[in-house]
Design a protein. Structure first.
Length: 175
C-alpha cells in the first residue's frame, strides 16, 4: 500500500471557541500528480508504439494490437490509482461528538458518534499479512478510518485519537 499522511489541527466550528475542536485530515500519499501522470502516459505510449511500429514495419503487425492492449490496461490502472488518490477522511473531535467525514469520487459519507461513549480501537489482524483496523465504536456501531494508512501511521494515529478522545472525557468528568 501507499504511504499516507495525517495532519492534526485545532479548529473552530460553528458556535465553538478556538481550540475546542481537534481536526485530523487523512489523505493518501500520491506522488503522481495529474500532470505528471499525463506526461508518463504520453511518454510510455510514444515508446511503446515506437517499438511496436518498428516491428510492424518488419511484418510483425500483431505487435501493434498487443501494444494497444498493454497501454489500455496501463491507462485503466493509472486512472484507478489517481481516483483512489482523491480520497480524504476528516475526523473532527469536539466536546460533544466525534465526526468522521469521508470524501471520494463516489460522494461523501458522514458518521457521528457521541464523544462520551465513543471508543477508539485498533484491531489486530486475523493473519500476519493482513492490515490492522482502526475503528471508532459506540452503541453497536463502528466506523473504520485510515484504511489507506501504513501500519506505523495507523498505530500513531490511534495513539493521537485515543489521547484526543480521552482528554475531552477527562475534562468533562472533572468539570
Amino acid at each position: 500500500m501507499n504511504s499516507a499522511t495525517f495532519k492534526a489541527d485545532s479548529a473552530t466550528g460553528p458556535g465553538e471557541a478556538p481550540g475546542d475542536a481537534r481536526v485530523f485530515q487523512l489523505t493518501p500519499n500520491c506522488s503522481l500528480t495529474p500532470a505528471t501522470a499525463r506526461l508518463f502516459m504520453i511518454f510510455t505510449a510514444a515508446m511503446t508504439f515506437g517499438v511496436a511500429g518498428f516491428f510492424a514495419a518488419k511484418g510483425f503487425w500483431p505487435v501493434l494490437l498487443f501494444a494497444a492492449l498493454e497501454l489500455g490496461v496501463l491507462y485503466w490502472a493509472l486512472a484507478a490509482s489517481m481516483r483512489d488518490g482523491q480520497r480524504r477522511e476528516t475526523i473532527t473531535i469536539t466536546a460533544d461528538s466525534v465526526t468522521v467525514d469521508r470524501y471520494s469520487e463516489a460522494g461523501s459519507e458522514r458518521s457521528v458518534f457521541p464523544r462520551s461513549w465513543v471508543r477508539v480501537k485498533l484491531r489486530v489482524p486475523p493473519a500476519a499479512l493482513h492490515p490492522s483496523r482502526l475503528t471508532f465504536e459506540s452503541h453497536g456501531r463502528a466506523c473504520e478510518v485510515g484504511r489507506f494508512l501504513t501500519e506505523d501511521e495507523r498505530r500513531s494515529l490511534a495513539v493521537c485519537l485515543k489521547q484526543a478522545v480521552g482528554n475531552a472525557n477527562e475534562r468533562a468528568a472533572s468539570g
